[in-house]
Design a protein around this ligand. Structure first.
Ligand code: C2E
Ligand code: MG
Ligand code: MG
Ligand code: MG
Length: 273
């Protein structure tokens, strides 16, 4: 199977435009083979409540490329979106995440990131329903993470799709909140369970005073709308203490746990291996 991925890299100097295009093309080619060969898998990062209890995990995609090593999702998700491979890839990852969570002894939540393209193409509610039936995962344990990008394109369709997903009993989180363009009025129109404060704000707590003001405001906004608030990217004790003091409901970050293969968290999940 290795032959599929053998590439001759002739570009040792800076890439010209066409070299860059060729590299992107190769990445998309490799990606198709990688999906077929199941080279893409998920790492799991724990999420804790303010009281310090484990509430669940976020599934984060990893591609271990035979020659290039680990390719981050910031590189291959855009390539998958451009090539249209995101739909089969997303199906595979959703199935993996739900099957994994269904294997845990503890009824923890599992959060899965979805691409804006999955809203525009493909029947996301039907896919979710099929995956829940196939894996036996309770719908309340699944949370989909969407970004503000899905809210600005095709409002009516997004609204319909989100309500159909909500009707399945699945939770919906708005990821990277504060970095996109969504109108505040959308927040109460869309059936959101969770707001995730972007880690750029968390990183600036104690560094730039407006980060504290924004974080405090997002927590208050979430609570006023009856939406739970998660802070991502918590790396220090000071950040954690600030977030707990301000009433943030859940925290996630390297300080609390890194994204790792599921086996490594078996003691926390009660994973049946
Ligand atoms: P995200 O959903 O906002 O995920 C959080 C990112 O922050 C992850 O990066 C995670 O590893 C990283 N992170 C978590 N805690 C910390 C921390 O304390 N400090 C720092 N510096 N970083 C932290 P990752 O895994 O590289 O993923 C990047 C983005 O790629 C994700 O952002 C998400 O938008 C996207 N992504 C990842 N997996 C998938 C997937 O399966 N499907 C789709 N559509 N997108 C995905
Ligand atoms: Mg996310
Ligand atoms: Mg996020
Ligand atoms: Mg983020």
């Amino acid at each position: 199977t290795g032959a599929v991925n053998v590439m001759v890299d002739v570009s040792s100097g800076p890439q010209t435009g066409s070299d860059a295009a060729a590299a992107a093309h190769h990445l998309a080619d490799d990606l198709a083979a990688a999906i077929a060969q199941k080279q893409l898998h998920l790492h799991y990062q724990p999420v804790f409540s303010a009281a310090g209890n484990l509430s669940g995990f976020e599934a984060l995609a990893r591609w271990v490329h035979p020659e290039r090593g680990v390719i981050p999702p910031s590189e291959f998700i855009p390539a998958a979106e451009e090539s249209g491979l995101i739909l089969p890839l997303a199906r595979e990852l959703l199935l993996q995440a739900c099957a994994e969570a269904a294997s845990w002894a503890r009824p923890l939540r599992i959060a899965v990131n979805v691409s804006p393209l999955q809203f525009r193409h493909g029947d996301l509610p039907t896919l979710i329903d099929e995956v829940l039936v196939e894996t036996g995962l309770e719908p309340e344990r699944l949370e989909l993470e969407i970004t503000e990008g899905v809210m600005i394109t095709d409002f009516d369709r997004t609204m319909l799709v989100l309500h159909r997903i909500k009707a399945l009993g699945v939770r919906i989180a708005l990821d990277d909140f504060g970095t996109g363009y969504s109108s505040l009025s959308y927040l109460h129109m869309f059936p959101l369970s969770t707001l995730k404060i972007d880690r750029s704000f968390v990183a600036n707590l104690g560094v730039a005073s407006e980060a504290a003001a924004i974080t405090r405001a997002v927590i208050a906004l979430g609570h006023a709308l009856d939406i739970e608030v998660v802070a991502e990217g918590v790396e220090t004790r000071e950040q954690l203490d600030f977030l707990i003091d301000e009433g943030c409901n859940y925290m996630q970050g390297y300080m609390l746990g890194r994204p790792l293969p599921a086996e490594q968290y078996a003691d926390l999940t009660g994973r049946k291996s």
